[in-house]
Design a protein around this ligand. Structure first.
Ligand SMILES: Cc1cc2nc3c(=O)[nH]c(=O)nc-3n(C[C@H](O)[C@H](O)[C@H](O)COP(=O)(O)OP(=O)(O)OC[C@H]3O[C@@H](n4cnc5c(N)ncnc54)[C@H](O)[C@@H]3O)c2cc1C
Length: 430
């Protein structure tokens, strides 16, 4: 029985897909299996996307992790000997008066959230503080997703407690955050190299264009850049694309797969390099300022560069601004930085270079308040498995991708062990 060779086809070489492939490849039960990963781009990593510019590694996508919350990512970073450093942006430079009383205010309201399971965070705040102060609170927290009708008070508190910029308004004030010195791509690259050594085959520039129903199963249809198609019909077929992409492939996603529904938020990051680190004189080094204008979160990295990071409506705002012309965009950024720091626009130097990245579906999540977090979903006949960080309690984070990839692989290994009549053993992650 154990000599039978199986095949596994995994679509997507982000953290979820690589972790799934690696967990299978490490398992004794799957020894000799043919494991293939198909990726539409010519690189691994997905939304972990680091670039190198002006002698700096910049994370255009995923950027930071918390050693207390993202324990699996932290373990991987240590076991792979990746260099990491403190992500300093838990240090908020208070710029809005309400930020001084915000921790107390949120602490006082927290016991009341159980009575407001079906309300939005915004309505919850309005009930106790009135609409104007409620809006001030959300402005002071820097994440526009907090104002969405689908964000309940309990999800909002979770967001506040688990983000570096806002954890200071919660009891997680002392949590430690890190970034990789060579960016988050160093993690996916190192895992990719391990997978290669264990015999996993990677196929780049292969786009999954359809999930096709055949007589007794479902097949994956891939297309390369020359328009050549191939059909994957054998073995385990695993799709590690985020829910928004699944929706494009299967008009009936998520209905055919699960009772949950999924949403996403756009994200925008802009980085700026200057001849002088002018912010040092203002005492802003390694601080983050949460603004009331469309910049929303403004970071001053060491003496190296300045960046801003926005979600929701303001991410769309900046993408639209950029589309109106680069100079238009740069002038708007300069004006809003000045506004945030209470300076005149002329006193903010002109950046000598910049880079930005807009993500239409930056983070993806379940819209239901208390999902059971399935880690992976299957089509009715089990012939295709879909996995994503969005199906875990760490949706929107690399940690969720690690967990989804591992859980799916473990489920396959367990199934195979049962078929082989092998005893269940703990899987060791070293
Ligand atoms: C701006 C931004 C900031 C973030 N910040 C953080 C952070 O600080 N910390 C953190 O932990 N997380 C952060 N995240 C979230 C993190 O990036 C994701 O949770 C993680 O990358 C999800 O991994 P994944 O493998 O599930 O999906 P993805 O990374 O999206 O990987 C999916 C892969 O599938 C490929 N693919 C898509 N469609 C197809 C197709 N049709 N055919 C073939 N291949 C396809 C994609 O090219 C990609 O390689 C951030 C994300 C963004 C965008």
């Amino acid at each position: 029985m154990s000599n039978i060779k199986h095949s596994v086809s995994i679509v997507g070489a982000g953290i979820s897909g690589i972790m799934c492939a690696l967990t299978l490849a490490r398992s004794q039960t799957c020894k000799g299996w043919s494991i293939n990963v198909y990726e539409q781009k010519s690189r691994v990593g997905g939304r972990a996307h680091t670039t190198f510019i002006n002698d700096q590694f910049l994370d255009l996508g995923a950027g930071r992790f918390c050693s207390q919350i993202h324990v699996n990512v932290y373990d991987l970073v240590k076991s792979l000997n990746l260099e990491y450093e403190t992500f300093p942006f838990t240090q908020l430079k208070t710029s809005q008066p309400i930020q001084k009383e915000l921790k107390q205010l949120l602490d006082n309201l927290k016991p009341l959230i159980a009575e407001h399971r079906n309300d939005s965070f915004s309505d919850f705040l309005s009930t106790y503080l009135g609409p104007s102060k409620a809006s001030d609170v959300i402005m002071a927290l820097g994440y526009d997703s907090l104002s969405l009708p689908i964000i309940s008070p309990s999800i909002a508190y979770d967001i506040i407690e688990k983000h570096p910029e806002t954890q200071g308004f919660s009891e997680n004030v002392g949590y430690q955050w890190f970034n990789l010195k060579e960016g988050f791509s160093a993690l996916t690259q190192a895992l990719y190299e391990q997978a290669l050594l264990l015999g996993v085959n990677f196929h780049f520039d292969q786009e999954l264009i359809a999930i096709e129903h055949s007589t007794d199963s479902h097949n994956l249809i891939l297309e390369d850049q020359l328009g050549q198609r191939q059909t994957l019909s054998d073995g385990y077929k695993i799709v590690t694309l985020p829910p928004s992409r699944m929706q494009q492939l299967d008009g009936e996603f998520p209905k055919r797969w699960t009772n949950y529904s999924y949403g996403s938020s756009p994200l925008f990051k802009g980085f700026f390099f200057y001849t002088d680190s002018w912010w040092q004189g203002l005492g802003l080094t390694d601080h983050v300022v949460i603004t009331r204008n469309p910049i929303r979160k403004l970071y001053f990295k060491d003496n190296k560069y300045v960046f801003f990071y926005t979600d929701g409506e303001n991410a769309l705002y900046w993408q639209d601004m950029y589309n109106q012309g680069e100079q238009h965009y740069l002038q708007a950024v300069r004006n809003f930085i000045a506004d945030a720091l209470h300076q005149s626009p002329e006193s903010i130097p002109v950046a000598h270079s910049h880079i930005h990245k807009f993500w239409t579906h930056g983070v993806e999540f379940s819209k239901e308040c208390c999902p059971e977090h399935p880690f992976y979903l299957t089509l009715g006949d089990d012939s295709v498995i879909s996995l994503s960080d969005a199906y875990t309690h760490h949706c929107g984070w690399m940690e969720g991708g690690v967990l989804a990839g591992r859980h799916t692989a473990e489920a396959i290994i367990s199934k195979q062990k049962a078929t082989n009549h092998e005893p269940e053993k703990e899987v060791a992650y070293t």
